[in-house]
Design a protein around this ligand. Structure first.
Ligand code: ADP
Ligand code: MG
Length: 217
């Protein structure tokens, strides 16, 4: 059996789909943020990923780390609010475990699991946050933990990622019952109960894009 590889095109396709997601779901993310934040989450993602789209062809010449660093920098530079710096940092660090790869080299699934861990960890660090605080981490941390557990238990890469997506969705759903202790929704206290966290929602849809683009074997 040949080794499972996620090639460079996979990582480019994911970004292309994220650009599309930011446009297609702009109103939905804004609606969620209007309920418990300041109603700009959709706009923030849209501004950031439009900037990414402008330079995509040029950036594709880099290796995976270089490419994602450019994506992350664009989000950091162009997006105000909390989500820009947090998602920006995620993409800035995502490729770090594979920084020595050549421009046309892909990564093993083992490396992919490390990349995800690196990305989620930087959000935890920058956000000074953890699960149970009604943020994107309520999606991302359980997803990452499920990804690693499933992979280590011998699931195929795509099966492992499917479990990650599922765990992320459960995490997202859990944000309905959480009083926020981070981000703008904190100010609402109990009134945030019943509402999904917008960042947890966008994270869940992003993970699904990472999943859908993965080859079966
Ligand atoms: P802002 O809150 O500045 O208006 P956005 O509306 O774009 O920025 O993003 C809000 C989302 O950012 C929240 O729904 C939450 O998921 C996430 N978020 C905010 N603060 C933190 C934090 N400290 N750690 C992790 N995620 C956070
Ligand atoms: Mg907002």
């Amino acid at each position: 059996m040949s080794e499972y590889i996620l090639d460079k095109q996979y990582f480019v396709n994911v970004i292309k789909d994220l650009i599309k997601l930011a446009e297609d779901r702009k109103e939905y993310f804004t609606e969620l943020d209007s309920a418990i934040g300041d109603g700009d989450h959709g706009m923030n993602l849209s501004i950031g990923f439009r900037e990414v789209e402008k330079n995509l062809d040029e950036w594709q010449k880099e290796n995976i780390n270089g490419f994602y660093k450019k994506v992350g920098t664009a989000l950091l530079d162009k997006v105000g609010g909390s989500s820009g710096p947090l998602y920006g940092s995620f993409f800035m660090k995502f490729g770090l475990p594979v920084k020595t790869k050549g421009p046309d080299e892909g990564v093993t699934f083992d490396e992919f699991v490390e990349m995800m861990e690196t990305g989620v960890k930087i959000i935890e660090k920058r956000g000074k946050s953890t699960t149970g605080e009604k943020t994107m981490l309520d999606t991302l941390r359980p997803a990452q933990d499920a990804l690693r557990a499933a992979y280590e238990a011998g699931d195929s890469p795509k099966e492992a990622m499917a479990k990650a997506v599922e765990a992320g969705k459960e995490g997202l759903e859990s944000t309905r019952n959480i009083v926020a202790t981070k981000g703008r929704a904190m100010r609402l206290g109990e009134r945030a109960i019943g509402h999904l966290d917008p960042g947890a929602a966008s994270s869940a849809e992003m993970l699904e894009i990472f999943y859908k683009n993965m080859p079966d074997a």
